[in-house]
Design a protein around this ligand. Structure first.
Ligand code: ARG
Length: 564
């Protein structure tokens, strides 16, 4: 059943000038409930017919007859539609029940591949809040794309290459010890890195040494390689604990180092195409003035390659390997120019797929209004933060439901869910304030609120021993609360479509909050377990609600506990 199509057809019978498609795109949802369920504005029709809109609206309202439409009303230039609640609602609910987990599946992607570059923390440095945002936002976008019929390739493009590894090796050889790195890898490596920068401020020769060691690393020097490999393993091990807590998976961990032997081919190609220009001993690609971008640095004067060189090699590799329809880079907005440059170079090389590369930027996570930074040691260790969220969730749950059987597992789902939801409910370009207290509240637009609503609905079904046995011998319900909820559930597929088009999980997050609020107002006005002729319809709608909440939460990367 397609409600818009039904309404459009009923209109079309009285409006031969427009086809169904043209009518459909004009149909709106009125702001106020007393203006009906849908509205058709007649401005365009008035122009075509050269008549007053009001007159057209009232003559149309009188002509429309349809079994799905209870009544129509002309209000100014609008024809407002009031649907046959019970009939339409029954269709909505039974459709959701029949589709189950597949409800909302779309086939926009037609099985095409989308490559997502996400998370991508830097080896030997703490997992930053920015990387958390990339992980959470990127995972949700990937889930939404899959729901829309794309195949996704989730790539953790580790920052495991670059001059900083030369510096780190120097620092380790001068001041480090194997035991302390083994004991406490990331904080220890970070300490060495910070010390390097402090010392190098007075002693520029250190920087030269760092460059030298990176050159050795690039050339395959064994000492350099084995230290690098060890730092990488220790770091990955730490990161993996965070991914396990968050329930995140990747299809590939090919980071920057993976492209060390793939850059020469790109540089050769740039030469062949005569795109490389010498500039102070370095090699750059000058970009078209119309883009007002700085030249893209490809090779430094000492021959070392750069971040952009590796991203270029990675883009070509991914195109060849995955034949992507889109390549998304879920990376903070401070790297916007970098991605514009890389894309512009690919385009200059004559590759038509440059247009399929999209930087998906996001804003900062703030603590007390300030950016959380890793360089100056002002760093919050993410794993600790997640553990804290879980503990706080456990305390909240223990106070609310001391009898709950698997408290720890639920606390993990709620604590982690709170962090994820707090991030995703905001449009990604907004900066957000990281406040555990706020995100763990059970009221307001929070993860716990949504999960709690799901648990509440599940508990009704448990108490009623309800099973989805395909019984749809009911008619719909008569009250407005359940009707509003049903209309919202009906909007699930179109919500996903919008989220997919804008790479925007916040559309899904806001949608679930609406669904939960609507469910909770119905809940406050209804006795679900009363034995009457509406009971099956009621429980069916409760069940449909749990399905939609579960599916939405799983798109965000969250769990939906049955009890909490
Ligand atoms: N490791 C980088 C950083 O932490 C992010 C990498 C983003 N992805 C990319 N293809 N450049 O800033």
């Amino acid at each position: 059943m397609n409600i818009i199509h039904i309404i459009a057809s009923s209109i079309q019978q009285a409006v031969p000038e427009l086809n169904i498609e043209q009518i459909s795109i004009r149909i709106e949802k009125p702001k106020y409930a007393n203006h009906g369920d849908f509205a058709f504005p007649v401005f365009d029709l008035a122009k075509i017919r050269k008549q007053a809109p009001q007159a057209i609206a009232s003559s149309l309202a009188g002509k429309i007859q349809d079994p799905w439409v209870m009544k129509t009303e002309a209000v100014g230039p609008y024809v407002n539609f009031f649907l046959q609640k019970e009939k339409v609602q029954k269709e909505i609910i039974s459709n959701i029940l029949a589709m189950g987990k597949d409800y909302g599946n779309l086939n926009i992607g037609k099985g095409e591949n989308v490559v997502l570059d996400l998370s991508s923390p830097n080896i030997a440095k703490p997992f930053s809040m920015g990387h958390l945002r990339s992980t959470v936002i990127g995972t949700s976008i990937a889930n939404i794309l899959e729901k829309c019929g794309y195949q996704t390739v989730r790539i953790n493009y580790l920052g495991d290459w670059g001059t900083q590894f030369g510096k780190l090796i120097v620092a380790y050889l001068k001041w480090g010890s194997a035991e302390s790195v083994r004991e406490n890898p990331i904080p220890e490596l970070l300490k060495l890195y910070v010390k390097f920068h402090q010392e190098a401020a007075d002693n520029p020769a250190l920087d030269d040494e760092g460059r030298l060691w990176f050159k050795r690393l690039e050339d395959g020097n064994e000492d350099a390689r084995s230290l690098w490999k060890w730092f990488r393993e220790e770091s990955l091990h730490e990161f993996q604990r965070i991914y396990d807590l968050l329930g995140i998976r990747f299809d590939s961990y090919n980071g920057e180092a993976f492209y060390n032997d793939k850059m020469d081919a790109i540089i050769e190609r740039l030469k062949e195409l005569e795109l490389l220009t010498h500039s102070d001993g370095a090699e750059v690609v000058v970009l078209d003035e119309s883009l007002s971008l700085p030249p893209c640095l490809i090779k430094k004067s000492d021959g070392a390659t750069l971040y952009a060189t590796r991203d270029l090699a990675a883009a070509f590799y991914r195109k060849a390997e995955y034949k992507f329809a889109k390549a998304l880079y879920v990376v903070g907005q401070e790297q916007t120019i970098h991605f514009q440059q890389v894309k512009a170079v690919v385009a200059k090389m004559g590759e038509s797929w440059a247009k399929d590369m999209h930087h998906i930027p996001f804003g900062l996570l703030l603590k007390d209004g300030k950016k959380m930074s890793t360089r100056k040691g002002k760093v919050i260790l993410l794993e600790k933060v997640i553990q804290e969220a879980i503990e706080l969730a456990e305390r909240n749950i223990a106070a609310k439901n001391p009898q709950l059987p698997n408290k720890q597992e639920v606390a993990k789902q709620v604590g982690v869910g709170a962090i994820i939801f707090h991030d995703l409910k905001n449009y990604r370009l907004n900066s957000i304030e990281f406040s555990l207290g706020d995100m763990l509240k059970f009221e307001g637009e929070t993860g716990p609120y949504v999960q709690y609503t799901h648990a509440r609905a599940s508990s009704i079904l448990r108490k009623a021993s309800w099973v989805n046995d395909g019984d749809i011998t009911y008619s719909g319900l008569k009250d407005d609360y359940s009707w509003n909820l049903s209309k919202l559930l009906y909007a699930f597929p179109e919500t996903i479509e919008k989220a997919c088009a804008g790479f925007d999980p916040s559309i899904v997050a806001k949608y679930i909050v609406d669904v939960c609020q609507s469910f909770n107002s119905w809940y406050g006005h209804e006795k679900f377990l009363t034995e009457d002729e509406e009971k099956v319809a009621r429980l069916s709608l409760v069940y449909a609600t749990t399905l939609v909440i579960q599916e939405s939460l799983s798109l965000l990367g969250m769990s939906a506990p049955d009890e909490m």
